[in-house]
Design a protein around this ligand. Structure first.
Ligand SMILES: Cc1cc2nc3c(=O)[nH]c(=O)nc-3n(C[C@H](O)[C@H](O)[C@H](O)COP(=O)(O)O)c2cc1C
Length: 150
């Protein structure tokens, strides 16, 4: 099964998850890159940047064509919903099959449903709290998620 993992990450949690999934699934890895600088958001404490998070963004050209893959596993951090760069990636591409992984601090809310509306019904969904990744609890959870995808 030809598999692509595509993700956006600002602070590393979604990236760590993506790299582990791509290793377990022997998948190609696409880093979605926002054209807008987002470094200042690392000190986000809720509220202050809400308008910016809702504004659509452009992404840099991607390396892989998702429609060449049997399944694309797409990852986003929660930024009051799906990260803008991931929203753009979902809108710009067509997918045969999808799966989603979402990292968050408090709650993933309805992000998976929003991702599905922009792409395809996912084969599986992984929701991971950033704290679980920091504590090293993610490996087993990611393995189980990958098992569902095979
Ligand atoms: C700009 C910004 C907005 C965020 N908004 C939320 C939110 O609405 N709900 C939530 O649970 N976590 C929120 N978080 C926390 C991130 O979703 C969480 O730490 C995630 O794992 C970060 O992924 P990353 O390290 O791959 O960037 C926010 C973080 C940032 C930087």
């Amino acid at each position: 099964m030809k598999t692509l993992v595509a993700f956006y990450s600002l602070q590393g949690h979604t990236e760590k998850t993506a790299r582990m999934i791509s290793k377990f699934m022997k998948a190609d890895l696409e880093i979605i890159k926002d054209t807008k600088p987002r470094g200042h958001l690392k000190i986000w404490q809720g509220g202050a940047f809400d308008e910016e998070l809702r504004t659509p963004t452009k992404i840099l050209p991607t390396t892989y064509n998702p429609s060449d893959y049997d399944i694309v596993i797409i990852g986003t951090p929660i930024w009051d919903g799906i990260a803008p760069a991931v929203k753009t990636y979902l809108k710009q591409n067509k997918f045969k099959k999808t799966a989603f992984f979402i990292t968050f601090a408090a709650a993933a809310e309805d992000a998976a449903y929003q991702m599905e509306k922009l792409s395809k019904k996912p084969k599986a969904i992984l929701e991971l709290q950033d704290r679980q990744i920091q504590l090293g609890e993610h490996r087993k959870i990611i393995k189980n998620f990958c098992r569902k995808l095979r």
